[in-house]
Design a protein around this ligand. Structure first.
Ligand code: PEP
Length: 271
């Protein structure tokens, strides 16, 4: 049974002085342990968020990590620096691809580093509007998945808990969303690539999230799709009331999946 994951990407918002209070509010608003809940604040707020959510079952992630462990990389943050502060990391977010020129090859190096360092990766992929309008969205995203996962074997990806976030670039922060059906079709395309480059088990096991203007009002359209396993949430993740609705809806999906899973086990195993 795949994890149902709701990951909050705070982007460049909050300071160490106010992040703890927001994280505590989110924790109080989202007490559904059946949902894997992750908060990814700016680096400088990781410690404050970690303290605020201690004992809440919420995990903490970074928004990026450097591909090298140390060296002459001014301003960069490496995996060893995140020890004790973060257990997850977002890689290849479209804002970093756009603003820092990150390529699939670089994301691949970061993914190698994250997996070797025990950071659970959320690898972001997604097409720009011109790709979707030209009918090549699936080909573009498939190429991104292949590039980001290159030269990493299926067992390593499974052991590292790989998560993929499908985030159409035109839907991020715009108020526009993909339809649930389009997101599900993309999730199926992503799983086909996972089977091709890895294994059927990888394709069946990796949680695929949707991201792009997710709110409490629209998250159900995505979570109703069996191939979508949660959401990467940007703007709405700064609002405890919104996150309360999003995580509560995710808990419905997680509970339904657990019931189906229990019913599909042989009677002997259920006792
Ligand atoms: C994101 O930051 O990954 C994201 C999807 O942002 P938003 O929810 O604001 O579109």
């Amino acid at each position: 049974m795949r994890d149902v994951v709701i990951a909050a990407n705070w982007k460049m918002n909050t300071t160490p002085a106010d992040a703890g209070e927001l994280a505590a509010s989110l924790a109080a608003a989202t007490r559904h342990p059946e949902v894997v809940r992750v908060i990814c604040p700016p680096y400088l707020s990781l410690a404050a968020v970690g303290r605020a959510v201690a004992g809440e079952g919420i995990e903490v992630g970074a928004q990026d990590v450097h591909h090298e462990a140390s060296g002459a990389y001014t301003g960069a943050i490496s995996a060893p620096m995140l020890a004790g502060l973060a257990t997850w990391v977002i890689l290849g977010h479209s804002e970093r691809r756009r603003d820092q020129g990150e390529t699939d090859a670089l994301v691949n190096r970061k993914l190698h580093r994250a997996l070797a360092s025990g950071l659970r990766p959320i690898v972001c992929v997604g097409e720009v509007l011109a790709d979707r309008d030209a009918g090549r969205a699936e080909a573009v995203v498939a190429g991104q998945v292949r590039g980001c996962l290159a030269r990493i074997d299926s067992e390593t990806l499974l052991a590292g808990g790989l998560v993929i976030a499908y985030e159409p670039v035109w839907a991020i922060g715009t108020g526009r969303t993909a339809s649930g059906a389009d997101a599900a079709a993309m999730s199926a395309a992503i799983r086909a690539v996972l089977a091709e480059v890895g294994s059927t088990r990888l394709a069946d096991s990796v949680p695929v999230l949707y991201g792009g203007s997710v709110t409490s009002a629209n998250v159900g359209e995505f979570l109703v799709e069996p191939s979508i396993d949660g959401a990467l949430v940007g703007g709405a993740s700064l609002k405890p009331d919104e996150m309360a609705g999003i995580v509560a809806r995710a808990a419905v999906t997680a509970t339904a999946r657990a019931v189906v899973e229990a019913a599909s086990r042989p009677a002997d195993d259920r006792r």
